[in-house]
Design a protein around this ligand. Structure first.
Ligand SMILES: [Zn+2]
Length: 295
């Protein structure tokens, strides 16, 4: 959307299994010494390690946030990217290069304004989540029961799952409005309240996790006022705000004390302790609720 970065948040959290967790690798292993259903692995420094791919995490966040937006605002909140995508009426003109970037943004649904679509870059980046230390695994046995005959349809097969340990996940959000950060806060709450379960076997007691905030770091252009957090609309002038349909006075006063503050002349870094998350999270969720009233 903009070439310049006005604001950015770097969030770091640990995903900790509360029940068995299995993010499946594709297919069944040909190696008989390994479980039939394995946790996805990648090589880090030459060593095979379990991890949660960023694309999986992004999918989990997107689908939960879309559900909330659709419940509140139908298609305006989240379009159906397969059948009724938000930019369908503009596509021919976009392909001819006749549509300005702010028109693309403005005509995108709220979910696409966060996660992007074919014509709009995502403003969120979710990393692969790698283990912080050891991950303890267990193997369980499962069978698939035929719904028709109630007999065993396939199996028994063995299922590998992570039962303890930490997967470190990084979420970056750039040029964001506060309501957009609010949706991320809602998704983190969703994980912690087990409204969101991840991976395989959600109906078999798998996939409940704890999302434990580790780092909250904001980067703002130097225009920002001390002890405030600004959404992107607050940094730009009225014309730009209007063009992109950004919120005016998108700000919160913050009473939490930063653990680190650095003035780098053209930008400022403000870091809060993990204990401040609850407070920040509630404030930006409030901004999300206001946005829902205004659309
Ligand atoms: Zn859309």
């Amino acid at each position: 959307m903009f070439r310049e970065i006005y604001n950015k948040i770097e969030l770091e959290l640990d995903i900790i299994p509360k029940s068995p967790l299995l993010i499946k690798s594709g297919g069944i292993s040909p190696n008989p010494s390994l479980p039939d259903m394995q946790f996805v692995r990648t090589k880090i420094g030459g060593i095979e390690q379990m991890y949660i791919p960023g694309s999986s995490s992004k999918g989990i966040f997107r689908s939960y946030i879309e559900k909330i937006l659709r419940t509140k605002l139908n298609e305006k909140g989240a379009c159906d990217i397969f059948n009724n995508r938000c930019l369908r009426n503009l596509e021919d003109e976009i392909k001819k290069g006749n549509v300005l970037s702010y028109e693309i943004y403005k005509n995108s649904c709220l979910a696409c304004r966060i996660f992007g679509n074919t014509y709009l870059k995502s403003r969120i980046l979710i990393s692969d989540a790698y283990p912080r230390g050891d991950i303890k695994t267990e193997v369980r046995y499962g069978v698939a029961i035929s719904r028709l005959t109630h007999a065993v349809a396939s199996g028994p097969f063995n299922i590998e799952s992570a039962v303890s340990g930490e997967f470190n996940l990084k979420i970056n959000l750039e040029n964001f409005e506060l309501w957009q950060l609010g949706t991320i806060a809602l998704a983190i709450k969703g994980l912690n309240s087990e409204m969101i379960k991840i991976g395989y076997g959600k109906n078999r007691g798998f996939g409940a996790v704890l999302a434990d905030i580790k780092k909250i770091k904001f980067i703002f252009t130097s225009a920002i006022t001390k002890n405030q957090i600004w959404g992107v609309g607050k940094f730009v002038n009225a014309d730009v705000r209007e063009n992109y349909d950004l919120i005016d006075n998108d700000q919160i006063e913050i009473t939490e004390t930063p653990i680190n503050e650095a003035d780098e002349i053209i930008y400022k870094i403000v870091e809060y302790s993990h204990q401040s998350w609850e407070w920040i999270s509630n404030k930006v969720i409030e901004k999300f609720k206001q946005k829902m009233e205004e659309v």
